[in-house]
Design a protein around this ligand. Structure first.
Ligand code: SF4
Length: 426
């Protein structure tokens, strides 16, 4: 890309006020190092994106004359020279980032909260982000979620039944965590959540419900009780029998690993299917117990989404820190689910500089060919980029760029679908 055509670099002052730099241009990282932008890497920032600044850490910009990457510790504002800090974006759901923000993390002594930090710049009155749209799905479009409709819907929902602890938990998720799935329960449409598990057999570096590592606060409070089967079944039957494209999903951001409660889930599924045949019963899981996946398939599960940050066992283990299971169990669960004819999805937690390494693409192709998985979610991994790169074992495998990675997968694995959101299967 012509340097003069690059958007201007952004930076922020210590109050978080954002400025576009008058000279330096936007830069982006792949892993821990700068990577040039290609023409189609940049796109106008979608409306429901967020902007962050990175305290203590100066931005890195491009000198449009030399092409050099430069750390920019200060900026002149109204004649005053002041320290400046890097700016990053969190892109609206459905977009995959191609570049991480370009940041000098050396002064950083804290861990950033869990967001999908993305490179962002400014040009012609608009922000430009480094990313591309993976899937548009109106059911996950933030414009469809107006809380002026939600509160009356919750009141109406609770008038019609005696709300139990799970309903109260999901009210908090809908109102305070702004979980779209929880809002859908009360709005009686699309995908709704059924969290059930308090514990987990993994210790993900970026776990959003429990941060045992003294890093940063988890973004959700993990469910602290075991819901009753009756409440689970009643909520699910009501939802599936009424909601257009209805899905109920076990395995949410506000819980541990649902397979730790496979008896409760299995019994609930059987009860649900006695009362309605409508909609999809889905499970989002870390896929650590293949035999429990088989049992839930036999009890009536329709679809499954199994998460992984990498198809390379060493990188998987470094992030998930699994207890009493390994990456081979996760792959076995994907295969078991396909053999049981579940609609099987991988929740691929993608990261520029890791996911687009040739070694990773080969490993992913191996998993897809071995299992016959139907769908791959290309989900931006929400984590402090510096922490992630420090933790993962390094590999000097060549990177091809995130967009190019998706083109390779689409061309070489035409039977697997790439997207971003859960798919109804009934
Ligand atoms: S598998 Fe889920 S609940 Fe368990 S540690 Fe990872 S993100 Fe957290």
């Amino acid at each position: 890309m012509n340097l003069e055509d690059l958007p201007f670099m952004l930076c922020a002052d210590s109050n978080g006020k954002i400025y576009d730099h008058p000279y330096f241009r936007m830069a982006g990282f792949s892993g821990s190092s700068p990577m040039d932008f290609l023409e189609d890497d940049l796109t106008p920032m979608p409306e429901f994106s967020k902007l962050f600044f990175v305290p203590d850490c100066p931005p890195i910009g491009v000198d449009p004359l030399t092409g050099e990457y430069v750390i920019v510790p200060e900026i002149e504002i109204d004649g005053q020279t002041t320290r400046c800090f890097a700016v990053a974006a969190f892109i609206e759901p459905g977009y995959v980032r191609s570049h991480l923000p370009a940041v000098d993390y050396s002064p950083k002594g804290y861990t950033l909260p869990m967001w999908g930090y993305t490179a962002v710049g400014f040009e012609n009155k608009g922000y430009m982000v480094a990313g591309f749209q993976m899937e548009y799905n109106h059911k996950w479009d933030p414009r469809q979620y107006d809380d002026r409709d939600l509160i009356p819907a919750i009141k109406e929902f609770k008038k019609k039944r005696q709300p139990g602890p799970l309903t109260e938990h999901l009210t908090n998720c809908a109102v305070n965590y702004h979980c779209f799935a929880a809002k859908n329960l009360f709005l009686k449409r699309w995908e709704a959540p059924l969290p059930v598990s308090r514990t987990c057999n993994a210790g993900c570096l970026g776990c959003i419900s429990l941060q045992s590592h003294d890093t940063c606060d988890s973004s959700h409070q993990r469910i602290a009780f075991r819901p009753e089967k009756d409440e689970i079944v009643n909520l699910a039957v009501d939802h599936l029998s009424q909601a257009p494209d209805g899905i109920v999903s076990f395995g949410q951001g506000c819980e541990g690993e649902p397979l730790t409660e496979f008896h409760l889930i299995g019994d609930s599924i059987q009860e649900i299917r006695k009362r309605t045949n409508k909609g999809t019963i889905n499970l989002n899981t870390n896929g650590s117990w293949p035999y429990r996946v088989r049992e839930l398939a036999e009890k009536g599960l329709d679809s499954i989404r199994i998460s992984m940050n990498s198809a390379r066992p060493a990188l998987y283990t470094a992030y998930y820190q699994p207890k009493n299971y390994g990456f081979e169990d996760v792959v076995a669960s994907v295969k078991t689910a396909r053999d049981a004819e579940l609609y099987t999805m991988i929740n691929y937690l993608v990261f520029p500089g890791i996911t687009d390494q040739e070694e990773e693409i080969d490993a992913l192709k191996g998993v897809v060919n071995k299992t016959g998985v139907n769908f791959i979610h290309m989900k931006n991994l929400n984590i402090d980029p510096h922490l992630y790169m420090k933790t993962l074992p390094t590999s000097d495998s060549r990177t091809v760029g995130m967009k190019r990675m998706t083109e390779i997968i689409r061309k070489e694995l035409p039977d697997v679908k790439l997207g971003y959101f859960n798919q109804p299967v009934r």
